[in-house]
Write a protein that binds this ligand. Structure first.
Ligand code: PLP
Length: 418
């Protein structure tokens, strides 16, 4: 397998985890589009099923194309091993269900992607898992929510769509003081901007659908394990078998063996291939995303029709200082929200857009806009929408990598007519 720990991030995104001989010297990972793999002897298949030998059996279990993405993402995040999943939500589900049982508690930041919020508040409740929400950037709120039943802490690096930036190192310390792991959803930052393991996190999840893919061509996710959390026996007795069998790989083995395989959360090999193609240009795209986002935010801030702008890159943002320190000046992400007069003005703005796409996604190389109040959150109660940072006057923009002048001209002409 190719890889060189001395290579810089921008090189790793392209070259890490290639296996040229297995790929017949192709420069892209082959797509192993097969449900099953053949074995010559019953002994061989038995060895692989029993874990005595590595191998590929059936796509829901493991697939060589998926494995290339697992290995590359492991290297990019600085982890020990990973499992790719059929979506970002599958990654969140796999990561948490490998740890929690009925009666457990989770403490999570309250700034959550919509489906994660629904999963935590509605679905996990049915399984007897209680999720306590703490104000993401308020460490005291987290401290007050942690109890001896807390099995894990969960947070998003940049809250979607509140745009808050919690202190990951402080949360990792709080988690560890309470002998619990910290899971970080790093979708909005990507390892280009921030590597949670370097700040003490134990598990990282991503929706690869967003910046990692970058072209809106495939839905996917990944769970990456740092392999550092030691699952103390008195609190996580149900991990002892996995620890005995896999040592530092206990958690990721459990994600895979217990949840991923049996819930059927696997990724289509074609989607891993498309994500790998996207990853090749991650560093370059992220650089442009960062510089464009600042310019769009500043433009909106200075526009007479815009009431407010929420973007961590603006000095006026409450998240500015935390983001600057945590992302070490590399940028502030490329998602922002802004306010117009009212819902009608937002609809009018969206209707007038010509270059910017109106759709429910983010992290694409194309600039995207949406009115979350009337779309993703339309089935939420008004109170729940406001608690999630959604108001009727809010437009969310995922800033793409087009020529920034064209993005600004399109936004300007759409605003000008509001
Ligand atoms: N996490 C975050 C922060 C997201 O923004 C999203 C989707 O927007 C998800 C998870 C879910 O990802 P997917 O749509 O790939 O299931």
């Amino acid at each position: 397998m190719t890889g060189n720990s001395k290579w810089r991030f921008d090189t790793q995104v392209i070259h890490a985890a290639q296996t040229p001989e297995e790929w017949k010297w192709a420069t892209q990972a082959p797509i192993f589009q097969t449900a099953s793999h053949r074995f010559e002897t019953a002994e061989e298949l038995s060895d692989v099923f029993a874990g005595r030998k590595p191998g590929f059996i059936y796509q829901r279990l493991r697939n060589p194309t998926n494995q290339t993405l697992e290995k590359r993402m492991t290297l990019l995040e600085g982890g020990l091993d990973a499992v790719v999943t059929g979506s970002g939500m599958a990654a969140v589900t796999d990561a948490i269900l490998a740890i929690c049982r009925a009666g457990d508690e989770i403490v999570s930041g309250n700034s959550l992607f919509m489906s994660t919020f629904l999963l935590f508040n509605n679905v996990f409740k049915k399984f007897g898992i209680q999720v306590k929400l703490a104000e993401s950037a308020d460490l005291d709120a987290w401290k007050a929510a942690v109890t001896d039943k807390t099995r894990l802490l969960f947070v998003e690096t940049i809250g979607n769509p509140k745009m808050d930036v919690p202190n990951i190192r402080a949360l990792a310390e709080l988690a560890h003081a309470n002998r619990a792991p910290l899971i970080v959803d790093n979708t909005l930052a990507t390892p280009y901007l921030f590597r949670p393991f370097e700040h003490g996190a134990d598990v990282v999840v991503h929706s690869t659908t967003k910046y990692l893919n970058g072209h809106g061509s495939a839905v996917g996710g990944v769970v990456i394990d740092a392999g550092r959390f030691d699952w103390p026996a008195d609190k996580y007795a149900d991990f002892s078998l996995y620890k005995e069998r896999k040592g530092k790989l206990a958690y990721i083995d459990r994600v895979w063996r217990e949840i991923h395989i049996n819930f059927g959360t696997s990724q289509a090999p074609l989607h891993s291939y498309l994500t790998l193609i996207g990853l090749d240009t991650l560093a370059l795209r992220m650089e442009r995303h960062q510089s464009n986002a600042i310019k769009v935010a500043e433009f909106l801030q200075g526009h007479g029709r815009v009431k407010w702008v929420n973007f961590p890159g603006l000095p006026a943002s409450p998240a500015h200082e935390a983001a600057k320190a945590q992302f070490e000046g590399k940028g502030y992400g490329a998602l922002l929200t802004f306010g117009l007069e009212d819902e009608k003005a937002c609809f009018e703005f969206i209707r007038r857009l010509k270059l910017v796409y109106h759709l429910a996604n983010l992290g694409d190389c194309k600039t995207l806009a949406i009115h979350p109040w009337s779309s993703q959150y339309v089935t939420f109660t008004e109170d729940a929408r406001r608690a999630n940072g959604i108001t009727p006057d809010l437009v969310r923009v995922s800033v793409g990598i087009e020529a920034v002048e064209d993005i600004l001209e399109d936004i300007d002409q759409a605003l000008g007519t509001v």
